[in-house]
Write a protein that binds this ligand. Structure first.
Ligand SMILES: Nc1ncnc2c1ncn2[C@@H]1O[C@H](COP(=O)(O)OP(=O)(O)OP(=O)(O)O)[C@@H](O)[C@H]1O
Ligand SMILES: [Mg+2]
Length: 758
């Protein structure tokens, strides 16, 4: 049909419809920028991936996603993605059936679903259109009017989905080798520098042989000129080299840092629970060694290698006998260093371990300083610190002493190369066996002295590489753990109502002998206010953790609206939930920031509404700057109860379908607890609420209460029923409410029909 695009789509001259692609499904949110996200999403779905548009963050002022941001977002979701420039001819050669995103001038995008190389048309769909819409054939001229020439290619990742590459030395080097152009330039600069460095000794040689011996003025001037030029070149090149090294190192550093943080955030919560924050912090901090290596040693090495390549042939050409002696000496030096390496490696490992223990202690103490001070156990803590410092110092001294040996042993050989060779050379010169003259001998010495340094630093390099490997493996110990994100980028996103059911759920924490939950079964309809009670350690929080998808290796089923919880996209699941724990973290920022917590699309009104519901409005309004008051973790301008109400507001601000309060009111004083409790019914309205608490009086309003005992579910019923039939519940109630009438003091709760566990 040739350029028959005209009859394929409606003749519509509107902006964004220039291709004749019908944007009929354009809703209110279908801005051009939205089209880019939709197009990328459609292409990702083709590969069975489901990136969450909520995860997409654009820093662009016009809200139009940049190719880079789209690629980042897709990669985050586990896909292979790349932004490229292409021309029509390259487009026509795309034979893969996978759709490609074409970016348009107006900030929107189209989905290239195929090409017809015979008819010379591209088949393009509007991502905002209906799924059933047929792609529109578009020819070169028509496309060139709207297309920026940018495409986003999306593929399935090479490895099994979600599995990330192991972070190790090889990974870092691959990253390093990716900047081919830079590496090439640096190599060239290094090579030229090392060649130019050869020149001055020859100038010295000529000065002595030609100028001093024969008194030749012209040669002197010529040599001075050559020398000047060489110095100039050397200066400029050195500047350029250092500049490039700095740039490249900065880029590598940035990439590694971004990568490591991403991977760390992707780890499951249980990892952070099993490892002290100090240890994780120290391990990740080892990245500074990686940076040091790449900013310094790495490029010195390149320079050293080139120096050797250039130097050796020249030395042998000048005097093979002297060159042989020089090389032999250099080899002895290298051997000495290599001989000490295994021992050094062992000691270095110990130093790293000791340092880790040290900084773990430091970080733990900073975190726990309140407890330490209130228990007045500073002396114990100091004693422990002393031990760890002494240990680290010991290993450092051992490492330093051991390292001193090769350095000392090498000195005589090094000095021989620097100065002793002249004696040998002079002897050979006198005895007539040498092929060198005086100037040559001096030049040889100047050059030969350069031989040792690269060899020594190259053999030290083995040591550095060892240190680097150790540093990287320390980082790897953290981030190579199985990520949680593999699950965050997949899974279904069903609309959530809030009907919950546990079916024969048994769960043990890793490494624990007794299960924390034993065959727990119950189910509640959406909108239930569900209380959970039980003695300490009975498994209440574990139920909450399973609901949040923190622990997923349980047997049986946890279902949300009939969907297996493990099938639901983890990030989506957590976004649909509000969780308040006993101890909640405040971010640096204003009260408003702390309630909104960076979640997109929330306004001050939402924050105010949530604060009112959480009973926090009263104290926020009394604060000096209201919602703009600055608070932070450990802030003194906020009390424990206020902090808790802020956390409740934070959980409520997104109006979640499922709200989990785990001992959320335990830290509150009776007055603020009463405030929150009075609001509980209102808070729970229109959502499922799981209320875990020790305060039995908070539970009387619950529709249903689960009674847990040693990991087993004893009963589920409303308060009054439980009082009558559940001995443990009655016991718990009476412990706290001896003075009350056992029916509860509040308004009579209409007894809802208990739902049988299935
Ligand atoms: N992260 C964890 N690792 C290992 N075992 C755990 C972990 N968390 C809890 N447990 C164990 O699981 C069991 C149930 O703990 P859970 O935290 O669910 O109790 P709980 O009912 O919430 O108690 P409390 O009222 O004291 O908060 C306990 O025996 C506890 O020791
Ligand atoms: Mg608990």
């Amino acid at each position: 049909m040739g350029a028959g695009y005209g009859d394929a789509g409606p003749a519509d001259d509107e902006e964004g419809a220039r291709l004749g692609i019908a944007p009929d499904a354009v809703g209110s949110d279908a801005t051009p920028g939205r089209a880019r996200i939709l197009a990328a999403l459609a292409a990702a779905r083709y590969h069975g991936f489901e990136p969450d548009p909520e995860d997409f963050h654009s820093a662009q002022s016009d809200g139009v996603p940049s190719p880079f941001e789209l690629v980042e977002w897709l990669r985050e979701a586990g896909l292979w993605a790349r932004a490229n420039r292409m021309n029509w001819r390259q487009l026509m050669k795309l034979t893969e059936p996978a759709p490609v995103v074409l970016l348009f001038n107006d900030g929107s995008a189209g989905l290239l679903t195929g090409v017809d190389a015979v008819e010379r048309v591209a088949l393009i769909k509007d991502p905002r259109g209906r799924q059933s819409d047929l792609p529109v054939p578009v020819d070169e001229l028509r496309l060139s009017e709207v297309w920026t020439g940018e495409v986003i290619l999306i593929r399935k990742p090479r490895e099994a989905s979600g599995d990330r590459e192991t972070f190790n030395l090889g990974w870092v080097f691959r990253l390093f080798l990716r900047d081919k152009k830079f590496l090439r330039d640096i190599s060239i600069a290094s090579m030229v520098t090392s060649v130019l460095a050869i020149v001055p000794p020859f100038i010295v040689m000529s000065v002595i042989d030609r100028v001093v011996v024969y008194g030749n003025q012209d040669t002197l001037i010529l040599l001075a000129l050559i020398w000047g030029t060489v110095v100039l070149y050397e200066t400029v090149l050195e500047y350029a080299r250092v500049d490039m090294v700095t740039l490249l190192a900065g880029r590598i550093d940035t990439r590694i840092n971004l990568h490591v943080f991403n991977r760390m955030m992707g780890l499951g919560l249980d990892y952070f629970e099993r490892h002290p924050a100090g240890e994780i912090h120290h391990r990740i901090n080892q990245l500074y060694l990686v940076r040091m290596f790449f900013t310094g040693r790495m490029f010195d090495l390149v320079l050293d290698v080139f120096t050797l390549i250039v130097l050796l042939p020249i030395l042998f050409y000048m005097s093979s006998a002297l060159a042989l002696v020089a090389v032999a000496t250099a080899i002895v030096i290298t051997l000495i260093i290599v001989a000490f390496m295994p021992a050094m490696r062992r000691v270095t490992g110990q130093v790293v371990r000791a340092e880790t223990r040290k900084s773990t202690h430091m970080v733990e103490n900073i975190h726990g300083i309140r407890t330490i001070k209130s228990l007045a156990i500073e002396p114990q803590s100091k004693a422990e610190w002393d031990l760890r410092v002494a240990d680290a110092a010991d290993w450092r001294i051992q490492s330093g002493r051991l390292g001193n040996w090769p350095i000392t042993l090498v000195i005589p050989f090094d000095r021989f190369m620097q100065r002793g060779l002249i004696l040998l050379g002079a002897y050979w010169l006198l005895s007539g066996t040498a092929t060198l003259d005086t100037g040559g001998l001096i030049a040889f010495l100047m050059l030969g002295g350069r031989l040792a340094a690269p060899l020594v630093s190259m053999s030290k390099m083995v040591q550095d590489q060892e240190e680097l490997r150790l540093a990287i493996s320390e980082v790897g110990l953290v981030i190579n753990n199985p990520p949680e994100t593999a699950i965050t980028s997949s899974g279904i996103r069903p609309p959530i109502e809030g009907a919950l059911s546990f079916q024969g759920v048994t769960f043990s924490y890793p490494g624990q002998m007794t299960p924390a939950l034993k065959d727990v079964s119950f189910s509640v309809p959406a909108g239930t206010m569900l209380g959970i009670v039980g003695k300490s350690g009975s498994g209440k929080s574990t139920i909450a953790r399973l609901l949040q998808g923190i622990n997923r290796d349980y047997s049986g089923f946890v279902k949300l609206d009939g969907n297996d919880l493990r099938e639901i996209n983890l990030r989506y699941l957590r976004r649909s939930q509000g969780v308040v724990l006993q101890d909640n973290f405040l971010f640096r920022g204003t009260v408003r920031d702390n309630i909104i917590a960076g979640r997109a699309g929330l306004t001050l009104e939402d924050a105010v509404r949530a604060a009112r519901l959480a009973g926090a409005e009263e104290f926020i309004e009394r604060m000096p700057a209201g919602y703009e008051t600055f608070i932070q973790e450990g802030s003194t301008n906020i009390s424990g109860g206020q902090r808790q109400r802020l956390a409740i507001a934070r959980a409520l601000v997104t109006d979640p379908r499922l709200l989990i309060l785990d001992e959320a009111t335990s830290a509150l004083d009776p007055e603020s607890e009463a405030l929150v409790n009075a609001n509980l019914v209102r808070i729970g309205k229109g959502r499922t609420m799981v209320l875990i608490t020790h305060r039995m009086s908070s539970l009387t309003d619950c529709d249903l209460i689960v009674v847990m005992h040693e990991g087993k579910m004893l009963d589920i019923a409303p308060h009054r029923v439980l009082l009558e039939r559940c001995a443990i519940y009655r016991q718990l109630w009476l412990q706290q409410n001896r003075h009350l009438d056992p029916q509860g003091t509040r308004h009579a709760t209409p007894a809802p029909v208990p739902i049988e566990a299935d």
